[in-house]
Design a protein around this ligand. Sequence first.
Ligand code: F6P
Length: 478
Amino acid sequence: MASQVLVAANRGPLSYAHAPDGTLSARRGGGGLVSGLSAALAEQPDAVWICAALSEGDREAVRRGVSEPGVRMLDIDPAVYDAAYNGIANSVLWFTHHHLYDIPREPVFDAEFRRRWDAYVLYNRAFADALAAEAGQGAAVLVQDYQLALVPGMLRVLRPDLRIAHFTHTPWASPDVLRMLPRYVVEELTWGMLGADLLGFHTGEWARAFLSAMPFDGAEGSAEEVREGIVEHRRESVWARRTTEVRAFPLGVDGDDLRALAHRPEVDDKLAGLRAEVGDRKTIVRVDRTELSKNILRGLLAYRELLMTHPEWRERVVHMASAYPSRQDLAVYREYTAAVRELAAQINAELGTADWQPVLVSVEDDFARSLAAYRMADVALVNPVRDGMNLVAKEIPVVSEAGCALVLSTGAGAYEELRSDALTVNPYDVSETAAALHAALAMPDAERAERTKRLSSAATALPPTSWFTAQLTTLQSP
Ligand code: F6P
């Protein structure tokens, strides 16, 4: 039966692996986008989620016709997938939107880049074709993220009857950085995105960045309005005078769900282990993918500076840093992960004592351990150089047991909603971050409790289900 609500995302809600007896078993997929969407789609029983087959198990499931209700996996040629995902989405679009280039050397756009771009087009085409085949008349299609930026345009050509939304979970590049991309890439991205009726971003800042960075040649008219605190922009698109609405839907967390997850027996066990290690010392907690934009190295440098400039904290605080592995197919990510381990080891060697290890690093994907660390947090450190939202900044205040002070950089999308109750820092300024860590550790209990209450309420303002419904309702009521 054709579907009326469809989601398209690179990652799916589950992935298949071989069980020891040779059968295929499905496991829940990982990542912020997947958890948010999975929760929202639980309330849309007829929705279909189209995703790429990512593992060998996934590809075999597609070949054998094994599937779960509401999930369609696309078996894309592995070479095309690798060029599109690693070669363009992660190495170029991610770097562009997060301003991560090492400018004297990068980026380089040559014939090899063109080959990868062609693969990105093919990969987007596979999603557009699958959506066109699955969608019922007038259905709502919600396309996710920078991996699929061309899909709205491609789908609009195939199926003009559909209502199409695209949501960008990353920031959007500033005009100067976007202009580094080859002109044909910027044109194709513009064409692709403006095929949508609705373009969503996590913050007004990223929505405005999109509007100021993209060349809307041929676009007619523009208006900006602020309605109910949400910045909304409208422009006539190049698509036959259709209107593409551009607006912010700031994703939040579901407080009840998160607290229930954080109090499972598995998390209690991890908590007991961590408490035994840390004792009654204060904790500074961070949890990230080992991702360049998360700024983990400057966070560690700030912690070292805190211990140097405020020696009274030595032996009285532990920095618990979970940095779970990500994108290890890319050399730059492997190097970054190694650098994080090395700097943490240096700090421990330099300042640690027989009874005290200043930094506890965990470079593994252990969600239960992260939740246990959230519960123990006195201070949360979230200092990305640039980040679409950063849900960790919203999760820790909701889960921390004693209330926590949040040190938050201006580069996080969450800054827009949480700034008034966080201690805010310039992500490049290690000394300012060290001073904010000191202020956070020294914050009086009553003030910390008050701030935590307000942070939690801002963090839970638009939980995933409402976030998704708000987009769907906007999309379905032109
Ligand atoms: O930040 C946007 C986001 O889509 C996250 O939700 C997700 O964790 C990441 O980017 C993508 O990571 P991956 O390439 O591992 O799917």
